[in-house]
Design a protein around this ligand. Sequence first.
Ligand SMILES: Nc1ncnc2c1ncn2[C@@H]1O[C@H](COP(=O)(O)OP(=O)(O)O)[C@@H](O)[C@H]1O
Ligand SMILES: [Mg+2]
Length: 312
Amino acid sequence: MNDHELVIQARGLSKRFGQLTAVDRLDLGVRRAEVFGFLGPNGSGKSTTIRMLCGLLLPSAGEIEVLGCRIPRDAEALKRRIGYMTQRFSLYEDLSVLENLEFLATVQGLGKAAARQRIAELLERYWLADRRQQMAGTLSGGQKQRLALAGAVLHKPDLLLLDEPTSAVDPQSRREFWDSLFELADAGTTLLVSTHYMDEAERCTRLGILDAGRLVADGSPRELLDALPGHPLLIDCAQPRQAQRALQGSTAVLAMAQIGASLRVLVASADARERIEDALRAAGIAARIEDTQPNLEDVFVSVTRQPVPAAP
Ligand SMILES: Nc1ncnc2c1ncn2[C@@H]1O[C@H](COP(=O)(O)OP(=O)(O)O)[C@@H](O)[C@H]1O
Ligand SMILES: [Mg+2]
């Protein structure tokens, strides 16, 4: 397999649930050893897409090829070559760490000797060796997450699909988890990771942003930043919510989002700053306005026109 070969290829992928179109004619290509970040507001179709790519959910329309397997036709064969992990971690809480991995090894059809060796290796790598006898249900969030990752890579999959794997853990665990993901990518594993954290998105080699089931942006973080229309202003004031209301509907504003105590406003033209100052003054709002560096939050709000997800 050469480096540019597409590991995931989807064309015209759609999923309808009754009247609702959850995924809408999606075209997606993910190359080998890429860390592809899947972004989008809640309900934009990330999980549904990932389930279809894994062969767990039947598409309403479209074509999928993953690792050379046609999905759904070759879904059984694909299962042995991919790993899948969700934010719920899917562990047996009343089995020990070791028993969870032994069980998964059996399901994956690993021989006894191979399983023992692989499990020992993973317990070391994911800092679980001294927890091997502990019930999974009593582990911390970060430990459960590491166990779930160990389980997902037990059979050395070529492709890992991770659906918001860091939603349930603390920031320190999130960083360590991402270090583990890069280790896997360096070893040649392709990763598709959905997230709603912008700091995680920044670490991806490529991003796809979904909005209401449609792929509205696709490129490296750098490319997406370069393609950003306009530039961001940071508005510091006592009432960012009021400021946001005052600027609603202004043609100077492409997109805006409240970030902590300030308001980020994406503007298109050079005279926008003056118009914003006027609008705020007219509303009786005292504010300090400064230019700021574009970031992925700006990209996110400009393509989805949705509130920015939680800051890390
Ligand atoms: N099994 C299902 N039946 C009906 N609607 C569903 C089902 N699964 C997902 N949906 C709907 O499809 C849309 C996309 O959901 P999802 O893929 O979970 O989004 P995301 O993962 O981006 O939050 C949502 O409106 C959701 O309510
Ligand atoms: Mg989801």
